[in-house]
Design a protein around this ligand. Structure first.
Ligand code: BDR
Ligand code: CA
Length: 312
């Protein structure tokens, strides 16, 4: 089996944590490193949470770097109302012992993309796109070396979750998202249209707990905590596993369908800041720049996820 090299750029976040666990459990993926960014909670917590999750998976060998602590040109907006004070509220997990790597995440991204063979490293952003945009600005030569960017962000049919028209990751740093979507790198977008169908219903949560390991237990408790927000807001059946859809797409792309369309980011309007304007219906002549996913085989996704988490 050929493995795909990935860098996970993340702001854990319970769903980021599950995405990382799925990647670390899957032999199809080689995690070259994890880069933390400010998003769901401030950077001091996201870099710590990334290390907590590596240790939970028994993978203290994964290099974790801290990146940008604020968006390119805006004040940081966080989401403790969804993820709790720590970002990983739910289970009681020990503080990490493994070190944070020296140096900035952006420099790790640049160095790694230059060192690896061109076209062999996939970037997996699960939070605001600040680190990725900063790396592209600092070292434009790396853009064409990226195999693909598979990111969680945006929405078309679901429109928004942090404002009426914007999804959280894009809203936090629309300028960064604009840079990434205009970069010319191949992009696959996993929007809310997909992730709002990946719901941890009661039987799916029971299946995590039934794994009977510390990982299964932690994922059950994280998704218990994380679901209350979406239940109250949308009346949904459970927590949407946004970010793990990115990892699942890399492992089993056949679980998803989408369209190759143009996606542009609203960076100016106060009313619709951070909106992902996806030309789903092909009504403009703007050139397609992204594979925008629209649907998921949710049962297949949870079967994959539960089976893989049981390996850790
Ligand atoms: C995204 O925002 C965060 O709250 C989640 O971790 C996910 O990446 C969903 O809008
Ligand atoms: Ca996230």
């Amino acid at each position: 089996m050929s493995t795909r090299k990935i860098i996970i750029d993340t702001d854990p976040g319970q769903d980021d944590a599950v995405a990382i666990l799925l990647a670390l459990a899957s032999p199809e993926l080689e995690v070259l490193g994890i880069t933390a960014v400010a998003g769901n909670v401030p950077l001091a917590l996201t870099q710590k949470n990334a290390r907590i999750i590596c240790e939970l998976a028994g993978r203290a060998d994964i290099p974790v770097y801290a990146g940008c602590d604020a968006p390119l040109s805006r004040t940081l907006v966080t989401a403790e109302h969804v993820h709790g004070k720590t970002g990983l509220d739910g289970p009681q997990l020990p503080d990490p012992v493994m070190p944070l790597q020296d140096g900035h995440a952006v420099d790790f991204l640049i160095r790694t993309l230059r060192a690896q063979e061109a076209g062999t490293v996939t970037l997996c952003p699960l939070g605001p796109l600040t680190n990725i945009a900063m790396a592209f600005q600092k070292a434009p030569d790396i853009v064409e070396r990226v195999q693909e960017i598979v990111l969680m962000g945006g929405a078309y049919f679901e429109v928004g979750n942090i404002t009426p028209t914007a999804e959280f990751n894009i809203y936090v740093d629309p300028q960064a998202a604009d840079i990434v979507f205009k970069s010319g790198a191949p992009i696959t977008v996993v929007p809310l249209d997909v992730t709002h169908k990946a719901l941890v219903t009661k039987p799916r949560n029971d299946a995590f707990r039934a794994i009977g390991t510390p990982v299964g237990q932690a994922v059950a408790l994280m998704t218990d905590f994380f679901e209350r927000f979406d239940r109250e807001k949308y009346g949904s059946l459970g927590a949407p596993l946004h970010d793990p859809c990115v990892t699942a797409y890399l492992i089993q792309p056949g679980l998803f369908t989408g369209r190759h369309v143009n996606v542009e980011i609203e960076t100016a309007s106060e009313l619709t800041l951070g909106m992902t304007v996806a030309d789903w219906w092909g009504v403009t002549d703007r050139a397609p720049n992204a594979n925008f996913l629209g649907d998921i085989d949710a049962d297949g996704f949870f079967t994959l996820l539960t089976e893989r988490l049981a390996r850790l």
